[in-house]
Ligand binder design. Structure first.
Ligand code: HEC
Ligand code: HEC
Length: 417
């Protein structure tokens, strides 16, 4: 071989290698039209405008939101003066607390949920036992292990410290002079006895103030949203025809491919918030130290009979309550089914699941890979048989879903995308 042919051969080999390598790269990153559509549907930019909440007439009143914000952080709304919503929903932690079972006045039986984007959720709590943000907020206030106070106590607190702002939004406060300092249908024996001796008119006056506290807090929570993540920037790039490989790494892209493909995650985690807003049994283990939690099976029945649901006289809804009209109760499929959480910012909020049963994202992926039998009801999962490299790629992808949590457009917490 002459020098020249040797050079020519080397050149041909080089060109061939370069072509093969670039084809390999572009097959890795090329998405079909259907996949591009699916990716677009998961982008935060695809969120429709926040729908109105007909059950809460002050949902979009900025004065209500401002009052709600102050109540959200006020520890006087508790039996011991030390617990506010923000004790568990800490803005600097994406409105979460980073522990397995939430701790207020006592220890609860579930893990704290993030709040961002939840104004779009038809049902609240892991078991969906509330059907509006304002009704949800009233739960922890009267829970003996969360805020531990009573509705009469809260009404007096409003009269003493928030009278002017409350009246600007809701009109004149009722006369509470005949109402004892602490009374309510939930609470200690003294508070419950005091409540039972109040006549119905006084009880309703107290409850109306209590309900309005929930409506103000809900107005504030409607402003807490997820901002764009690296994943969203990738979707913007690929749907505009760019390769996007300067936004996500090869492993992250491979993880995304598994997420919407073989690993079947987008069956439940879909749409811009990566949740279908439904309830599924995924065989998550129970917490052995607690009574068996039946999840949605109990939650669906509770919300139908709930004191503050959409059909109740405390709701401002004048139209039908479609979610309650079509609710499924009592079905076997609801046993140990839990609300599908948003996966936005999921890497920022270990431990995972309704009772913080799984410590890390790797543990979560191992759970999906094995798909163990459920301890109650039936798990909808099938084992995935993914290789360890694929599990690492899925985890790498989940980490691209982190972005800021925004309140009124300003970052409350989280990574800048
Ligand atoms: C002691 C800690 C604690 C306190 C205090 C607390 N929460 Fe929670 N929050 C939780 C836990 C735990 C859950 C899930 C409980 C469940 O499913 O049973 C939750 C769930 C929620 C949810 C449901 C989110 C979803 O996706 O369904 C919202 C909204 C919320 N809390 C708002 C509030 C507000 C508003 C307050 C104050 C009035 C408050 N929380 C007080 C721990 C707390
Ligand atoms: C059949 C519906 C379904 C499928 C499929 C599914 N998930 Fe989930 N996912 C859920 C439900 C329900 C929960 C909450 C379960 C609980 O807390 O008990 C959850 C919880 C999670 C969590 C924990 C979030 C948190 O804040 O605690 C992560 C992470 C997660 N899923 C990722 C995935 C990934 C990755 C896949 C694909 C391998 C996947 N999911 C497939 C329904 C599903």
């Amino acid at each position: 071989m002459t020098n020249r042919t040797r050079t020519a051969t080397a050149l041909v080999v080089l060109i061939l290698w370069a072509t093969l390598a670039s084809t390999a790269a572009s097959t890795r990153t090329r998405w079909t039209t259907a996949q591009l559509e699916e990716l677009r549907s998961m982008s935060i930019t695809e969120l429709p405008p926040l729908p109105p909440d007909p059950t809460n007439r002050v949902a979009d009143d900025p004065r209500a939101a401002d009052l709600g914000r102050r109540l959200f952080f006020d520890t006087r709304l508790s039996s011991n003066g030390r617990v506010a919503c923000s004790t568990c929903h800490q803005p600097e932690r994406g409105f979460q607390d980073g522990i397995a079972l939430a701790v207020g006045v006592g220890t609860t039986a579930r893990r704290t949920m993030p709040i961002a984007g939840m104004a779009r959720s038809p049902f609240l709590f892991w078991d969906g036992r509330k059907d509006s943000l304002w009704a949800q907020a009233l739960g922890p206030l009267e829970s003996p292990v969360e805020h531990g106070g009573t509705r009469a106590q809260y009404a007096h607190l409003i009269a003493a410290h928030y009278r002017r702002d409350y009246e600007a939004v809701f009109g004149p406060l009722p006369d509470l002079s005949a109402v004892p300092g602490s009374a309510g249908p939930a609470g200690d024996a003294t508070a419950m006895t005091a409540w039972s001796t109040l006549n119905e008119t006084l009880r309703d006056l107290v409850t109306s103030v209590f309900v309005n506290i929930g409506k103000a807090i809900a107005a504030y929570e409607r402003h807490i949203v997820f901002g764009a993540s690296r994943f969203d920037r990738y979707v913007a790039a690929v749907t505009a025809g760019h390769p996007g490989d300067d936004v996500l790494t090869e492993d992250e892209i491979a993880g995304l491919r598994l997420f919407i493909g073989r690993a079947n995650c987008s069956q439940c985690h879909n749409g811009p918030l990566l949740t279908n807003n439904e309830f599924h049994n995924t065989g998550v283990p129970s917490r052995p130290e607690l009574p068996l939690d039946r999840g949605r099976l109990t939650g669906a029945t509770t919300v139908v009979g709930e004191e503050f649901n959409c059909r109740s006289r405390w709701s401002d809804a004048r139209q039908r309550c479609a979610e309650l009209d079509f609710i499924v109760t009592g079905a076997h499929t609801l046993d140990r089914a839990y609300k599908v959480p948003s996966l936005r910012n999921v890497a920022e909020r270990a431990p995972y699941m309704d009772g913080g049963q799984l410590a890390t994202l790797a543990d979560v992926l191992d759970h999906y890979n094995r798909a163990p039998a459920a301890v109650g009801g039936h798990s909808e999962l099938r084992s995935l048989r993914l290789k360890s490299i694929e599990l690492r790629q899925l985890e790498a992808f989940l980490r691209t879903l982190s972005g800021p949590v925004l309140v009124d457009g300003r970052a409350a917490a989280g990574a800048t995308p």
